[in-house]
Design a binder for this molecule. Structure first.
Ligand code: BV8
Length: 249
């Protein structure tokens, strides 16, 4: 459970950032990245979420993302997503920064979203010169036969519009995230093992900037000792309670 100090600081906050990872979607039934659900067939998600894996076997990587889309399609936001969406209008400035690609924050109603690692429902052409390249587009019925799908405009391979390990983040998304983290006076980091950079450094940056940093995670992480407060509860329980305590639900 969080302290009255954590609640009071949130009530007085002017600029709030919420940073989420796969754990926030766990209560929706989405396997976390490194948990038991992080494995698919005999592969680990981290070995397939790379440009090298796509270059070596685009079909296998597309099957991996189609599998995850099939798992995701029937799932819905959980109370943690909805609590974050309800927080958005309580502050002068609010930014949700998510590492998740599952789109559940948008479905829950959050508007100001930085998708650090992209979105599993968006695809883009691999041909940098193609006009579709810059239009990464929603395409929930990407042709899954024949795999891997090709661009209608230039016939090049399509790829998931996500950031793979070893790839640079979209500069505009990263800029928006860093501006929000520098500006914030309160940061909630929820559902992340804080293993992946540059997202993992953002809570520490906020803390160094004088923000109150609240971590929500049933397990301790490497950043827990540096947080203003660490609440070891599921986000679907802790975040609605925090919203209730600060703003009456
Ligand atoms: C970059 C999209 C510059 C794809 C993802 C060596 C060589 C090359 C690179 C590196 C290197 N060393 C470091 C790097 C940088 C690398 C990195 O950080 N690697 C790590 C693994 C060491 N980062 C990058 O490559 C990034 N780009 O840095 O560019 C660069 C370029 C080249 C070389 C150097 C630098 C790009 C990273 C983006 C990767 N893409 N996703 C896809 O999803 O398919 S990351 C992936 O992991 C997901 O987005 C996921 O969100 C993210 C982080 O994981 P978590 O969200 O934290 O999830 P996890 O399962 O780990 O933890 C869940 C947590 O939830 C747990 O703590 C659990 O306790 C908790 N939990 C469980 N239930 C609940 C809960 N919490 C609350 N409530 C619950 N109910």
């Amino acid at each position: 459970m969080f302290s009255q100090r954590a609640v009071d600081a949130l009530k007085e906050a002017e600029s709030v950032v919420v940073l989420t990872g796969a754990g926030v979607s766990a209560e929706s039934g989405v396997p976390t990245f490194r948990g038991a659900g992080g494995l698919w067939r005999e592969y680990s998600a981290t070995s397939l979420a790379t440009p090298e894996a796509f270059r070596a076997d685009p079909r296998l990587v597309w099957e991996f993302y189609n599998y995850r889309r099939e798992v995701l399609a029937p799932l819905a936001p959980n109370p943690g997503h909805y609590a974050i969406a309800s927080l958005e209008d309580s502050f002068a400035r609010f930014t949700l920064i998510t590492q998740n690609i599952d789109n559940l924050h948008r479905v829950a109603g959050t508007r100001e979203i930085v998708e650090l690692h992209g979105n599993i429902w968006r695809v883009r052409c691999t041909n940098l010169g193609c006009e579709r390249y810059t239009l990464a587009w929603e395409n929930r019925d990407v042709p899954i036969d024949p795999l891997p799908p090709r661009c209608e405009a230039c016939e090049s391979l399509l790829r998931p519009h996500v950031v793979w390990f070893g790839e640079m983040l979209d500069p505009e998304q990263l800029r928006r995230a860093l501006v929000a983290v520098d500006d914030c006076d309160y940061l909630i980091v929820a559902g992340t093992s804080a293993a992946v950079q540059p997202a993992a450094s953002m809570p520490m940056t906020a803390s160094r900037g004088g923000a109150f940093v609240l971590e929500v995670n049933p397990e301790p992480t490497d950043i827990s000792p540096y947080m203003s407060e660490a609440v070891q509860e599921p986000s679907g329980v802790a975040l609605p309670r925090l919203l209730e305590a600060a703003f009456g639900g």
